[in-house]
Design a protein. Structure first.
Lengths: 103, 134, 134, 103
């Protein structure tokens, strides 16, 4: 019932890799928000969220991602999601967010 | 005859995960497949999140999650005394123009087979959702 | 101030696992370590099992699991209307001479820091158990 | 929240290997009882229960094991538990059952 985040800055490709593990809900979403903002403050570069080990997300977590997407787009930066599990894919598709977050 | 299970949960973020766990165990025993269990988990979470987030200032008392495990269906009601809202003001999100927030009820309706929301301003809200077992 | 969480659970074997899951999520959030979480899970399970197994013939209505998540402690009460029993007749098992049955209450007392059992013959039983967070 | 049991009869050593996975409680204990009885009917030999992947047991499950132990002892057969996890070890020790079931 918790969320672990590993963040790595990839010098070569000039992007952030954030690996999410666990669940994102109302209780853990603020952690994701803080980590994204922290990373973006250090290096204003693109962000990739690796969802391979993310088991659960709901609108609170999606909201954080949309929020980050909006802010980053203003600066011509992107945030994208990699390897979402089927349940998460379904939510991204229902909400049409796959169009912007999983190009 | 169907079994009735009730939870009374403090209106705080840290307990939403517990409700989700309990509900997924129920749905599992009721014979739902993995996809349906995930649907139910998300829908219930969204409803609980709404209570916790939109309850009137200072709301932190408890809300109820009532489950009826019937023949081939699960009926879940989330009932709060958190002040209610005007459901006539509700607008579906424009999903072609993603914005932060406003997705909860939309997701619940997409994932569950039947959804009925009643809200009484000044009192509280109840949302009843039904999922059929295929 | 402590948070109060209540479950009302049908008196059937298939729901004991759900109670266990819910309680372990609570204990986890309350800051207990893995060993203590396991202790609490077993103790609660034993109490629920007793309700389901020893409830009077035909008992299959609901019992209550009340949790109080306090500062550094978790208080859990399992309350049934399943007919009660004479607690004066209770005998500790002779653990040097293993026999089937009779271990439940003994295990609960070994795993929890405080245990109080009240039973009213013809009505029901309540067992209150406390675990302190070290 | 469920119990899986794999049973294998070891011809060479003339014993049953039962591998338990999941949880044993009031709901699943009858499955264990049935599997032990079934095995014992086919071959009246010693039984080893491999608990490596058993995450949970309570008095209902212990009761089944004590019951089997009693019946088998009458015929000079043994039932023993292998590799219990720490939480299960603790219960076996509290109840003194390690003395008879984990020699
Ligand atoms: N239980 C509730 N109590 C009070 N207001 C609610 C409740 N549920 C929903 N609402 C209202 O309905 C609106 C739409 O909810 P929702 O679709 O879940 O989006 P979001 O929660 O992201 O705003 C909320 O913004 C809120 O005003
Ligand atoms: N909730 C209850 N309702 C009725 N009788 C109970 C309840 N809890 C315990 N008992 C009685 O107390 C006895 C001892 O319980 P316990 O130590 O758990 O062993 P066991 O359940 O294996 O018999 C039970 O056999 C039963 O007669």
């Amino acid at each position: 019932m918790s969320l672990q985040i590993q963040s790595n800055y990839n010098q070569e490709l000039n992007k952030w890799d954030l690996k999410l593990e666990g669940e994102i809900d109302l209780f853990t979403a603020s952690k994701l928000k803080a980590k994204i903002e922290e990373a973006y403050e250090i290096n204003q570069s693109n962000i990739e969220l690796d969802l391979t080990d993310l088991n659960y997300i709901d609108s609170t977590g999606l909201g954080v991602m949309i929020g980050a997407y909006g802010k980053m787009k203003e600066n011509n930066k992107s945030i994208i999601l990699l390897n979402p599990k089927d349940n998460i894919k379904k939510l991204l598709s229902i909400t049409n967010l796959d169009k912007v977050l999983c190009p | 005859m169907s079994d009735i299970l009730k939870l009374s949960v403090p209106g705080k973020p840290e307990y939403v995960g517990m409700v989700r766990l309990a509900i997924s165990s129920l749905a599992n025993h009721a014979g739902f497949d993995i996809e349906a269990i995930e649907d139910i988990k998300v829908a219930v979470s969204e409803a609980c999140t709404n209570v916790v987030c939109h309850g009137q200032v200072g709301f932190c008392s408890s809300y109820e999650v009532d489950c009826e495990i019937g023949n081939n269906k699960l009926i879940i009601s989330i009932i709060d005394q958190a002040g209610g809202y005007d459901i006539n003001n509700y607008k579906e999100p424009n999903i072609d123009c993603p914005k932060q927030g406003g997705l909860g009820v939309f997701i619940i309706k997409a994932l569950m087979d039947e959804v009925i929301i009643c809200s009484d301003i000044g009192t509280g809200t109840s949302i009843k959702m039904v999922k059929y077992c295929k």
